[in-house]
Design a binder for this molecule. Structure first.
Ligand code: P6P
Length: 338
């Protein structure tokens, strides 16, 4: 009988990894795990109760808000607020920072940026969706958290992770000491260590991009896609095109199997679509810890200066050799243009 390590046991065993925390970060990760289980329960029965369909509102991004988005946002904010380790939250669902007002949390050391339910347009068609989170140590020393607490480079993250609500529900996170994956065992209601010290293959045969936007891609991306599609047995090409349209699902598959996900700038979206603070930076932290890479086509995602909490960025993320190959095409075609 293999030893089962729950998320809680693992966090305690690895406590020493958090040089600054006396247990606060551990409790923060515990609070996220609790909210994830509650959201998972609703996601799994979304088709059975009237929680599907549009809330009738639109979120700050101008996108239709599904009831499950609202529910997930509320659950994570509630769990993080009551846990007492987080003083403020930036969420895709909220235009401004959400300050945790209870006395305990006022002086908490950490702030969290999150996309509570990414890929929500897939909820009604039973496609995997996910939660993405990023944890920073606050810079401000007292009172309410400030925007500056959130506008830190991705290199300043103390932890990052995602939950994927798929054929099974997994929580994958890093604190900068490698990546570990936990699968929810519904029979005991615990996330159990299933993917210790996750490493991503240095290369792969899968490329993920919405080719419906192909006319508007930068030349370098167009040329890289042609490279992926060319016949070359020595490099296992043509690669396979896999695009679910749910970032966490596409990212997780590529993390495990090897592959590359691209959401480049287009003429319609000059800064791409995905959010730097609570989508790209946390996934960049994970992929780098797993041996992969994440850039905006020119610079490392985690080194980018950030100027607003909902700022978008182009992203190329996945197996290191594939990201480098895409970069080479971007460099050639940018130099040519320049
Ligand atoms: P498009 C979902 O809305 C999302 O934010 C990501 O989960 C997904 O990868 C991307 O947008 C899909 O965008 O423009 O290809 O539909």
């Amino acid at each position: 009988m293999k030893k089962v390590t729950t998320l809680g046991q693992f966090i305690i065993e690895r406590q020493a990894e958090f040089p600054f925390a006396k247990g606060e970060l551990s409790r923060l990760l515990r609070d996220i795990g609790i909210a994830a289980k509650i959201v998972n329960r609703e996601v799994n029965k979304a088709g059975l109760v009237d929680i599907l369909g549009d809330e009738g509102n639109v979120n700050v991004q101008g996108e239709e808000v599904k009831k499950l988005d609202v529910f997930a946002n509320e659950q994570f904010i509630s769990a993080l607020s009551s846990g007492g380790e987080c003083c403020a939250i930036a969420s895709e669902e909220n235009e401004n920072i959400v300050h945790v007002s209870n006395d305990v949390s006022q002086n908490a050391k950490y702030v969290i940026a999150m996309d509570p339910l990414d890929g929500s347009s897939n909820i009604d068609v039973n496609v995997s969706i996910g939660t993405i989170f990023s944890i920073y140590r606050r810079i401000s020393t007292s009172g309410h958290a400030t925007l500056e607490d959130f506008l830190q480079k991705g290199t300043e993250q103390v932890a990052a992770g995602y939950i994927i609500y798929g054929s099974s529900t997994m929580l994958v996170y890093t604190t900068g000491c490698g990546v570990n994956g936990f699968t929810l065992d519904p029979s005991i209601g615990e996330f159990c260590l299933s993917h210790p010290n996750l490493k991503s293959p240095t290369t792969g045969k899968i490329y993920s991009i919405n080719e419906g936007n192909a006319l508007h891609f930068p030349e370098g991306i167009k040329e890289y896609i042609k490279y992926c599609q060319a016949e070359d047995k020595a490099t296992s090409r043509p690669y396979t095109s896999r695009y679910i349209g749910s970032l966490v699902a596409d990212f997780h598959r590529n993390l495990i199997k090897g592959g590359i996900y691209m959401y480049p700038s287009t003429s319609k979206a000059p800064n791409g679509k995905l959010r730097l603070l609570y989508e790209c930076n946390p996934l960049a932290f994970i992929i780098e810890q797993a041996g992969g890479a994440a850039t905006d086509g020119f610079e490392r995602i985690m080194s980018k200066q950030i100027s607003s909490i909902h700022e978008r960025t182009p992203i190329i993320i996945g197996s290191s050799e594939m990201v480098e190959q895409a970069h080479a095409f971007m460099r050639i075609h940018t130099e040519v243009k320049a």
